[in-house]
Design a protein around this ligand. Structure first.
Ligand code: MG
Length: 164
């Protein structure tokens, strides 16, 4: 039996007019998007870094550098899928994911269940094991000034050995 592994990931992106907002793989209509080389899905970037962190396998920028044209406008679900492949290769499986979005906007509550469903599908785990929370920073800092959106993810990885 392998040890349990916990991982955390953090990311932040600046708002950019003219881009669609994508969170947890879901397009959020009517909201200003985020600047970034890929699709700038700040939530999936934090989740990918959390998985890589649990595996002690470096970080998003190391595996998917913006200098590589393959990742221009890339669907960030690809990054999650690659990280989960690494987990499987190392004998781990994802147990649960807890995500916190940090910013003044968008208002997450109307989308929460759809964000959870989308993230659960991308992660390949049950929705009951996926939490999406949101907080403002009471007007403090870059998030409070509405300059961008940040995400913090924590994952737990367990024994991924297949039953025989
Ligand atoms: Mg990012």
């Amino acid at each position: 039996m392998r040890d349990l592994r916990v991982g955390q990931g953090f990311d932040a992106h600046r708002f950019l007019d003219g881009r669609e907002l994508k969170l947890c793989g879901l397009l959020i209509p009517g909201e200003v998007g985020l600047e970034g080389f890929s699709d700038a899905d700040v939530a999936l970037h934090a989740v990918t870094d959390a998985i890589l962190g649990a595996l002690a396998r470096g970080d998003l920028g190391e595996h998917f550098p913006p200098s590589d044209p393959r990742w221009k406008d890339a669907d960030s679900a690809v990054f999650v899928a690659r990280a989960l492949e690494m987990a499987s290769a190392d004998g781990y499986r994802l147990v649960n994911c807890d995500l916190t979005l940090i910013g003044q906007r968008p208002h997450i509550a109307p989308f929460r269940d759809r964000l959870r469903a989308s993230l659960a599908e991308i992660l390949g785990i049950e929705q009951c094991a996926v939490s999406v929370k949101a907080t403002t920073t009471d007007g403090l800092g870059f998030a409070g000034r509405g300059e961008g959106l940040a995400a913090l993810a924590v994952v737990l990885m367990g024994d991924g050995a297949k039953d025989v």
